[in-house]
Structures are given as structure tokens and as C-alpha cells.
Ligand binder design. Structure first.
Ligand code: E4P
Length: 214
């Protein structure tokens, strides 16, 4: 399973990239707004840091506007994946962008039917928002399992990005479900490193090493 970082923060992206564990980046308008910087500048910096797919979201809500934004963003780098909201106009745009070989990530997916429609339209990726479903008492990961089954059965090429990840268990469950990608916030990536026995073990190794005659 690929791991993307779900962030528009350049320090976080740089650190995670140096750790050698990320395959791509996803952003959204809320993540970009937190950075209080020019949008294009942020995206171009991300492009210079990470050699992999970088999802950047359109703001238009009509197909024509989305396609125009997408074409402009794609000129910045061929690694750009255009994030398109899961609405009828969005899928219209996905179909047009596919004919121009521009990759898309259909976002704000909360049901299996939405994912099926996005795949039919030719989306490169679909992003089910697991944490937000869990927040309202649904079993977010169940829709991922169903999507994996259906996409495999009908041989859809669309990849599933498990999004709205809240904790390390979501990442394990995404991998167990057979998702292609989990996009993970920086604080969750940090938690994935942690184990108290690693800390205790390292401390003991370093202390014992001091006893080795030199
Ligand atoms: C991913 O593409 C989304 O931008 C993100 O995972 C949403 O996460 P949130 O529900 O924590 O805002």
C-alpha cells in the first residue's frame, strides 16, 4: 500500500519525504488555508520536494471551470493530480480530463455508489473520507472493503485512497482492506513510528555499549 502525506505544510512534507516513507501528497483547500501563503507558491514548493503524485483541489463547481483550473495546474507539473468534488459536474470534468491524460482524484466520497460512479467516469483515484464517517457513527472502513471488492471484480483501474485518517489503526485497516493508498496526516505518521519497547530497547543497547572496552 502506498502512503501519501495529507498536508500542505512544507516542513512536514520535507521531513516525511526525508524519512523515505511517502509516495505522494494530498492537499485540500482547508489544509492550504492553514499555511497562510500563496497557493501556487505552496504547490510549486511541494512539487520541488516530492517526486510523486500531488493532489491539488479545484474551487470551481462547474465542469468548464474545473477543467480550466485543472489544465492550468497540470502545466505546473505532470505529477499534479486534480482533486475534483463528487458532484455531477465534477464527474463531467473527470471524463473530459481523462481524454486529456490529466489525472484526477474524486474527493468527498462517503458511499460505495459514489465511488462506483467516479470509477465509471474514469477517475484515477477516489478518496473515501473514513474518519468523517466514523465521526457520525458509521463504519467508514466498511465502504473501503466494499469498494476494493467491487473494483477488483470489475477490474476498474481506479485506485482507492483512504482519506480522513485519524489514527494509526486506520492505516492498518486500510492495508488489510486492500486499499491502494492511505493518505496520512503528519501527526499520525509520527505515531506510526512509536513503540515503547523500541525506546526501552534502544536505551539499553546504548547503555550497554558504554560498557564495551574501547
Ligand atoms: C484527503 O484527501 C482529505 O483532504 C483529507 O483526508 C480530509 O481529512 P479530514 O476529514 O481530517 O479533514
Amino acid at each position: 500500500m502506498k502512503i501519501f502525506i495529507d498536508s500542505a505544510n512544507l516542513d512536514e512534507i520535507k521531513k516525511a519525504n526525508e524519512w523515505g516513507i511517502i509516495d505522494g501528497v494530498t492537499t485540500n483547500p482547508s489544509l492550504v488555508a492553514k499555511e497562510n501563503k500563496d497557493f501556487k507558491e505552496i504547490v510549486q514548493e511541494i512539487i520541488s520536494i516530492v517526486d510523486g503524485p500531488i493532489s491539488v483541489e479545484v474551487i470551481s463547481t462547474d465542469a468548464g471551470g474545473m477543467v480550466k483550473e485543472a489544465v492550468e495546474m497540470f502545466e505546473w507539473s505532470q505529477n499534479i493530480v486534480v482533486k475534483i468534488p463528487m458532484i455531477p459536474e465534477g464527474l463531467k470534468a473527470v471524463k473530459i480530463l481523462k481524454t486529456r491524460n490529466i489525472k484526477t482524484n474524486v474527493t468527498l466520497i462517503f458511499s460505495v455508489n459514489q465511488a462506483l460512479l467516479a470509477a465509471k467516469a474514469g477517475a484515477t483515484y477516489v478518496s473515501p473520507f473514513i474518519g468523517r464517517l466514523d465521526d457520525i457513527g458509521h463504519d467508514g472502513m466498511q465502504i473501503v472493503r466494499d469498494m476494493v471488492d467491487i473494483f477488483n471484480r470489475y477490474n476498474f483501474k481506479t485506485e482507492i485512497i483512504v482519506a480522513s485518517v485519524r489514527h494509526p489503526l486506520h492505516v492498518i485497516d486500510a492495508a488489510k482492506a486492500g486499499a491502494h493508498v492511505a493518505t496520512v496526516p503528519f501527526n499520525v505518521i509520527e505515531k506510526m513510528f512509536d513503540h515503547p519497547l523500541t525506546d526501552v530497547g534502544l536505551k539499553k543497547f546504548l547503555n550497554d555499549w558504554k560498557k564495551v572496552p574501547k
